[in-house]
Design a protein around this ligand. Structure first.
Ligand SMILES: O=C(O)CCC(=O)C(=O)O
Ligand SMILES: [Fe+2]
Length: 505
């Protein structure tokens, strides 16, 4: 083509393009002026941009012209963002995950710091995964890997961005890193359950087998568990009279855990005699071991508590619920979750019947983690079949609080605590820990299942010769009618599958 012909051709194309651009700006402005539209680019702008790009695709020679340099630079940036992830937030999340998986803690710290300064909150599932990757167990004598601890600190700061907890952090008292908080010094009439158990004296006469008033309702062989486990899992349901309840128990009382926003303990929910009966049933039927069959080498070397999964009967649940319900918000706190999802506002409805009774012996720990939300487990009203989620589909219930019922307190001094980790208010990169000492019959309560306000904690190691028995269950609220609220998808739990078939932790 001669130079003249080329120029004519260009002129014609330019005319076509500008005619099309004019036409496009005269497109009916459907959403462009719509004040409710949250799109950054109006349809008209998009239309003319597309036209320009299409014209260049059809006329690639034009791209070598210097006047298009700024356009090419921006296209290059768009390409980079697209290949790294759809948004900066998700791309940073993926990069943090990769860095932690490869134990590149310094890289992870830098990325986390970027998320923090840009105020890009990650999803709860990501936080739960990161915490597990850090795997920074605080030992009886040691503080844990300092690099991993610094990452945990930053993860927590990112998780609590803009929350009350973050604001409160400024006014918190500075604590020693190993403070142990005991809600009550001595319990009148404490029963030394662990002492009895380890001396083989839980029963005056050997219990009959099968153990009365408990029956297996669900059994999953180890390889079929999620994630696969070396051990099977069985759920036992109790009959209404299984645990005989005291006719005149003391009045329960609530105490906030100092320095841990949202956490509190309720004393005297169960009597020592009730605690003893629960331990008797669990140990007569048998605690099951728990060890992931596959996963990282770390997972395999984790020392795990044994557990007994108990589906509690209605009268027992009602008794428990009546004693604690007055201490909780009657509607679930409303929170803006990750991705702008608003959840909360549902009515308080009860306690998850699926109790995980854990038995820790010397040096056993439940590594640092953040608890996830759980559905309401139960039995099918007609078939009697075990259901992981028994709430009706049109009125789902999901948990918002962790409940930890301590069944014994004869544990070597200052060990076997539930330890919370919080970013230090005055030193970025360091964490305070608050250890809550188990009190027999008391229930430790704290929020879970939401990015904001979720608390990093562990079941700390039990000292020499000791043992701790604790029930983990959850407080349920209605989730119905609250937008796109859905608790985070199952994330599994690396260390032994305690979060199996649920939403993690
Ligand atoms: O054993 C403890 O103190 C903590 C247990 C725990 O964190 C859990 O079951 O989610
Ligand atoms: Fe937990």
């Amino acid at each position: 083509m001669g130079k003249n012909a080329q120029q004519k051709n260009k002129k014609r194309k330019r005319q076509e393009l500008s005619a099309a651009a004019v036409a496009s700006t005269h497109l009916p402005p459907p959403d462009s002026d719509d004040p409710t539209s949250d799109q950054l680019i109006s349809p008209a702008e998009l239309q003319s941009t597309l036209l320009v790009l299409r014209t260049l695709v059809e006329n690639p020679d034009e791209l070598s012209d210097p006047y298009l340099k700024p356009l090419k630079r921006d296209i290059h940036d768009i390409h980079r963002i697209l290949t790294e992830g759809t948004t900066l937030g998700t791309s940073l999340t993926a990069k943090v995950s990769a860095a932690l998986q490869e134990s590149r803690f310094t890289d992870a710290l830098i990325l986390l710091f970027e998320m923090y300064t840009r105020r890009l909150p990650p999803k709860l599932g990501a936080i739960q995964r990161w915490v597990r990757e850090c795997d920074a167990t605080s030992d009886v004598d040691e503080e844990g890997d300092p690099e991993a601890m610094r990452c945990l600190d930053m993860i927590l700061r990112v998780a609590s961005m803009g929350t009350e907890a973050e604001k409160e952090a400024d006014t918190r008292v500075v604590r020693g890193t190993k403070a142990v908080w005991r809600a009550r010094e001595k319990t009148r009439g404490e029963i030394q359950v662990w002492g009895m158990m380890s001396a083989g004296k839980l029963f005056d006469t050997p219990p009959v087998s099968p153990y009365p008033n408990f029956r297996p309702v669900h059994h999953v062989p180890g390889p079929l568990r999620r994630p696969p486990n070396l051990y099977d899992s069985t759920v036992y349901a109790s009959a209404p009279s299984a645990i005989s309840l005291s006719p005149s128990p003391p009045t329960p009382a609530r105490l906030d855990v100092p320095g841990v926003p949202g956490a509190f303990i309720i004393l005297d929910v169960f009597t020592p005699a009730e605690c003893l009966q629960i331990v008797q049933a669990a140990s007569a039927i048998g605690f099951e071991s728990d060890e992931a069959a596959e996963g990282s080498a770390r997972a395999k070397t984790s020392i795990l508590a044994k557990n007994f999964v108990w589906l509690a009967d209605k009268p027992f649940l009602e008794h428990f619920y009546d004693r604690i319900k007055g201490f909780f918000p009657q509607t679930a706190p409303v929170a803006d979750g990750a991705g702008g999802v608003v959840n909360g506002g549902g009515r308080l409805r009860g306690i998850n019947a699926r109790f995980r009774v854990y038995q820790y012996t010397q040096n056993q720990v439940y590594r640092p983690h953040i608890d996830g939300a759980w559905p309401a487990a139960g039995l099918h009203p007609e078939t009697g079949e075990y259901m992981h989620d028994s709430s009706p589909p049109d009125n789902p219930l999901w948990s918002r609080y962790t409940l930890l019922v301590y069944l014994n307190q004869d544990i070597p001094t200052d060990t076997g605590c539930t330890t919370f980790f919080l970013p230090s208010p005055d030193r970025i990169g360091s964490m305070d820990s608050v250890k809550v000492a188990p009190i027999q019959g008391a229930v430790l309560c704290f929020p879970h299942g939401d990015t904001h306000g979720s608390l990093l904690h562990e079941g700390s190691a039990v000292g020499a010769g000791g043992g701790k028995i604790v029930i983990r269950t959850d407080l349920l609220y209605e989730a119905k009618g609250f937008g796109a609220f859905k608790p985070p998808a199952s994330v599994g739990v690396k260390q032994g599958g305690k979060g199996e078939e649920g939403a993690g932790g």
